[in-house]
Design a protein. Structure first.
Length: 185
């Protein structure tokens, strides 16, 4: 297990090197998008329309932040269940997405797409949305404002903590971590 302090601009280079269990602190730009936004992004891809953000080298956080209280940049910004994005994730990876952040295990189709694209999947701790909010220094709604908290947002983050759960070499904390635990019990 290694620790990395990375700028999000470095993710395309580093994602293929990261391994399950690595701890990463991200600084830079990440985008929030959940299932309704993913559906619209893929529909825009199919129609040849402009996308809300460039997918090449991007990091997407599966989150729908709550409204900010006075004096805050953002409200609670905890991860949502990543499996809801599984039908769309391979298409986004094919278009250059290199990092997904959420919670929960992913499908074999997503793992296969990660292997082909060099993408990495990280988890953020569920239930710690208020703590995650402290690393958000800027927020801009950039698409699908009608979706409310699930609109696509550009977040500027500083030392956003995540753990690599699945890597493009086939490593998986969901599989390997459980097996290691069972051997110890």
């Amino acid at each position: 297990m290694a620790h990395y302090d990375l700028h999000t601009g470095q993710l395309a280079e580093f994602a293929p090197r990261l391994r399950a269990g690595d701890v990463v602190y991200l600084t830079g730009t990440i985008y929030t998008a959940r299932d309704a936004a993913h559906k619209r992004i893929v529909e825009a891809m199919d129609a040849g329309e402009a996308l809300p953000f460039p997918l090449e080298g991007a990091a997407v956080y599966y989150a729908g932040p709550t409204p900010a209280k006075p004096g805050q940049v953002i409200g609670s910004v905890g991860p949502t269940t990543s499996g809801r994005m599984d039908p769309y994730a391979p298409r986004l990876m094919e278009a250059g997405l290199c990092c997904m952040i959420g919670k929960g295990a992913r499908s074999q189709a997503v793992a296969d797409a990660m292997a082909r694209s060099g993408c990495v999947y990280m988890v953020a701790i569920g239930g710690a949305g208020a703590v995650k909010a402290a690393s958000v220094k800027g927020l801009e709604v950039i698409a699908y404002e009608d979706l409310g908290c699930e609109s696509v947002k550009r977040l500027t983050v500083e030392r956003f903590h995540a753990i690599v759960a699945m890597d493009c070499a086939g490593g998986s904390l969901y599989r390997d971590g459980a097996a290691a635990y069972c051997r110890q019990v």
